[in-house]
Ligand binder design. Structure first.
Ligand code: ZN
Length: 440
């Protein structure tokens, strides 16, 4: 594989400026390079290429990629070892996916992949305006086999920004750290940022009187499908005078899509990833239309993936961005394939219900459950515990569901301890908010 200097950020914005025929030539070359590499080194892909009669040397243009089958999560899970392109002793880091949609999947990274991971995050954070003068408080875990926390840390190292690894939870420690160490940026999950704000309100801390100027939001959307702020985004902005940025990534793809200050979707890093957005039949959707994100990771050494179906439903925008970059952008995660619920004639993603539930402070805790009724139809029930008058709160929730989703799920009151038991599973890094009990 062609040597790529993952320690050098200077002039990396060259890749953001590529467009038209120049971009296509660049991506074709990088794609072919990956195909030749995996054909030689990956037991899985060499087998697959042989089975379909594909020769990487014949890859001339990007449309040739349609000759290649997709890779999905099940294959990555089932043939995990066969995806490794290096001898096992060259593995430097083992990580797993969060397992939101089934069993966690193992990924193996080499030393060079770790450099790539750091470079990737440095590029993303730079797009959000983080530079060597920043002090970044990381409120996610670096442990528990989690890749993202490591990526933020390595990215900051490469940029030259200082890091403070506070980790998950502990609002008091987070605010103490903000007071004592004056971070300029925070990386965190939006629902946790909301918790931090609530904690500040309860304890008399004034968020605006702190050093924090930017929050990089991960893991959950802060924008609607149309790129306007969603409820959570609006709430954070109304409570804290900070610049908010969203970033999308997943463990398998080891590459981030981070927003610039214009907030028009997360910028694709052309030198690290090739993306397609496909419909149910596997055909490309129109620019700006919702489809499943399919990625090919470029420059990966340990476990590169070719045409990997992420299961994530997104929109991709190809027109140039106001920031001057020409790179394509991904809008917020619309939902995940397989989570779509057909309910009373409407199709709903659990994330849409989550947006409503997360915004009402009286809701203490909840889980969304999809079940099937005796006719085999999808049914949604929300198990919840509330603070205050149950009827009033359910009426508010029903009204909001009617206006935003056009239908109302069933609300069932349960003990908070029971719901939290459902939400918090030791093997999961994130709380389980959606439980799919429909027959597969
Ligand atoms: Zn931009």
């Amino acid at each position: 594989m062609q040597y790529f200097d993952f320690k050098n950020l200077t002039e990396s914005d060259y890749y953001d400026r590529l467009e038209g025929a120049e971009l296509e030539a660049f991506q074709t070359e990088r794609f072919r390079e990956m195909l030749c590499y995996v054909a030689e080194h990956s037991p899985y892909y060499s087998r697959v290429f042989k089975a379909v009669g594909f020769n990487p040397d014949e890859f001339r243009q990007l449309t040739d990629l349609r000759k290649l089958p997709f890779t999905d999560k099940e294959q990555l899970q089932k043939y995990n070892n066969d995806f490794l392109n290096v001898p096992i002793r060259e593995v430097a880091e083992y990580v797993t996916t969060s397992g939101t949609l089934g069993d966690p999947v193992r990924l193996m990274l080499t030393e060079r992949d770790l450099l790539r991971l750091g470079y990737n995050e440095a590029r993303g954070l730079s797009i959000a305006g983080v530079d060597a003068g920043d002090i970044v408080q990381i409120t996610t875990t670096l442990d528990r086999r989690f890749m993202a926390g490591l990526a933020y840390y390595l990215g900051c190292r490469l940029i030259g920004a200082a890091t403070i690894r506070v980790g998950v939870g502990a609002p008091q420690l987070q605010w103490d750290t903000i007071r004592e160490m004056n971070p300029t940026a925070i990386i965190g999950v939006p629902s946790f940022i909301v918790k931090l704000i609530e904690y500040a309100r309860e304890t008399g801390i004034e968020p605006d009187n702190t050093s924090v100027k930017k929050i990089i939001c991960i893991g959950e959307p802060i924008r609607e499908d149309n790129l306007e702020w969603n409820k959570v985004g609006q709430y954070i902005r109304s409570q804290w005078q900070v610049e908010l940025f969203s970033t999308y990534a997943s463990t398998e793809i080891a590459t981030a899509f981070t927003e610039c200050p214009y907030g028009q979707g997360g910028h694709q890093l052309n030198e690290l990833i090739f993306t397609e957005v496909i419909d149910e039949e596997g055909n490309p959707v129109e620019d700006g239309c919702t489809g499943e994100l399919v990625v090919t990771t470029l420059g990966m050494e340990g476990m590169p993936l070719i045409r990997f179906r992420t299961g994530d439903l997104v929109r991709k925008y190809n027109q140039p961005c106001a920031c001057g970059r020409n790179s394509a952008r991904l809008g917020p995660l619309v939902g995940r394939k397989g989570q779509l619920i057909k309910f009373k004639g409407t199709t709903i993603y659990p994330s849409a219900i989550q947006q409503i539930m997360d915004h009402l402070p009286e809701v203490e805790t909840y889980v969304i459950e999809a079940v099937q009724n005796q006719f085999g139809e999808d049914h949604i029930q929300i198990l919840l515990a509330v603070k205050g008058d149950k009827d009033t709160i359910v009426n508010i929730l029903k009204n909001q569901c009617r206006s935003h989703l056009r239908v109302t799920p069933e609300f069932l009151f349960r003990d908070a301890s029971y719901i939290n038991h459902l939400r918090n599973r030791p093997e999961m890094r994130k709380p389980v908010i959606f439980i799919d009990n429909r027959m597969k």
